[in-house]
Design a protein around this ligand. Structure first.
Ligand SMILES: Cc1ncc(COP(=O)(O)O)c(C=O)c1O
Length: 422
């Protein structure tokens, strides 16, 4: 196995650190939880990414989920190029926005209306504002370990106990603001019931990642579902990943509101939030809840989203995705067994995670039992064998349509060797 050279990546990182906080524009890219230095990427195609030193990797990060077709899909790329020739932003409506909205509403029938924004963070921040405006209440319930972007209301962690008033997780989040976020353990139905019974009159919404991709891949238990408050499904990650119609389709739950992002932008910056007509009618200019964006509904982003969803809606697409991801699942589980390493593997559609633990994972606390230093060694072992995983034990991996049987075979072989080393 050749030792990969990362000279140019190291130089670029050194330079970036002098003028960009931590050298990156999103913290998890910095490789802090696995040690080492991030790869700087030059290009990507299909299932592969290429760093500035000329190394090739089979990519399971896929831009943290969006690239479900694989990178630079020719149909999407061509459509973006063509759209760019017509102008990159107008600050006025286009038919493309309605076209993408229509596609989304058809696939997610729980939504009557949808508003486009530029990121998942914007979608969740707006969704809770609308839920608060709709109910006239201030408090929200979120679940420990669920990530909903970097909005103030979400950067709150639980202390001990079932009903915990929020304490800011990050400096800069006002304590008074964080007080309105109540945190409950994921999959703890009793704690949720108690919280709602106690606080029902003050709670605007419950927001949930229906499968928690932001502590790896934590699946919901049965019965952990709807209550009589605005229920917001944050499907920024699970949308088009747990199934074509998201987790709500897979688990047959009709949320009041839904947040989307990632896949619906086909690799360009897009988010969306939508829901029942009477809730979405609160949004300006139809209603009094203000939310706006200079680049919202951007024509390039809409085009990339439309083309991506067109391909995803073709017959057999999800069958192929399922075959690929289950082949990887089987191979990785088997590799761990052969290597004699205790792991737990979880998967929901094309999202998955291998935890270095022998305990079942069902919430934040159990996810934390995973051995992060073992994961870090595994991660590095995979990287040097040309497999790019998310640089943290607590992030999901993603499959794309472009991953070939050979890619999967190579990944499984690399995993066996890296597991033995780890
Ligand atoms: C479930 C979920 N919600 C919201 C977000 C925030 O989206 P963005 O990074 O586009 O702001 C993410 C990002 O990973 C996410 O996974």
């Amino acid at each position: 196995m050749p030792n990969l050279i990362h000279k140019k990546s190291l130089e670029l990182f050194k330079k970036a650190k002098t003028i960009i906080p931590g050298g990156v524009n999103s913290p998890v890219r910095a490789f802090k939880s696995v040690g080492g230095s991030p790869l700087f990427i030059k290009s990507a195609k299909g299932s592969k990414i290429y760093d500035v030193d000329g190394n090739e990797y089979i990519d399971y990060v896929l831009s943290w989920g969006p690239m479900i077709l694989g990178h630079t899909h020719p149909q999407v790329t061509k459509a973006i190029q063509k759209a760019a020739e017509h102008g990159t932003s107008y600050g006025a409506p286009t038919g493309l926005e309605t076209e993408l909205a229509q596609m989304i509403l058809k696939i997610y029938p729980s939504m009557d209306k949808v508003r486009m924004v530029n990121s998942g963070t914007e979608a969740t921040m707006a969704a809770i504002r609308v839920a608060r405006g709709f109910t006239g209440r201030d408090k929200i319930i979120k679940f420990e370990g669920c990530y909903h972007g970097h909005g103030d209301a979400f950067l709150v962690k639980a202390g001990s106990g079932a009903l915990t008033l929020g304490v800011p997780d990050s400096p800069g989040v006002p304590k008074d603001y964080a007080k309105n976020t109540i945190t409950v353990a994921f999959n703890d139905l009793e704690a949720l019931k108690k919280t709602i019974e106690k606080e029902a009159k003050n709670i605007a919404c419950v927001i949930i990642e229906p499968v928690v991709g932001n502590i790896g891949c934590v699946l919901p238990k049965k019965g952990f579902k709807k209550y009589d408050i605005v229920l917001i499904f944050d499907e920024v990650m699970t949308g088009f990943r747990v199934s074509f119609g998201g987790a709500q389709k897979a688990y047959r739950i009709k949320p009041d509101m839904t947040c989307l992002g990632k896949v619906i932008g086909g690799g360009l910056p897009v988010g969306a939030y939508g829901g029942r007509k009477e809730i979405m009618s609160m949004v300006a200019p139809e209603g009094p809840v203000y939310q706006a964006g200079t680049l919202s509904g951007n024509p390039l982003a809409m085009t990339a989203g439309i083309e991506t969803l067109k391909i995803l809606s073709q017959k057999d697409t999800y069958k192929k995705l399922e075959e690929k991801t289950s082949a990887l699942e089987k191979g990785l589980k088997d590799a761990a067994k052969r290597a004699g390493v205790s792991t737990k593997f979880y998967r929901a559609g094309t999202m998955f995670c291998t935890y270095f633990t022998d305990k079942e994972i069902f919430d934040y606390a159990t996810a934390k039992t995973a051995d992060t230093s073992k994961f870090a060694r595994f991660f590095m072992g995979m990287l040097k064998r040309g497999v790019n995983l998310a640089p943290s034990q607590f992030e999901a991996g993603f499959m794309s349509l472009a991953h070939s049987a050979k890619d999967i075979e190579t990944t499984i072989r690399a995993a066996y060797e890296a597991l033995r080393e780890a």
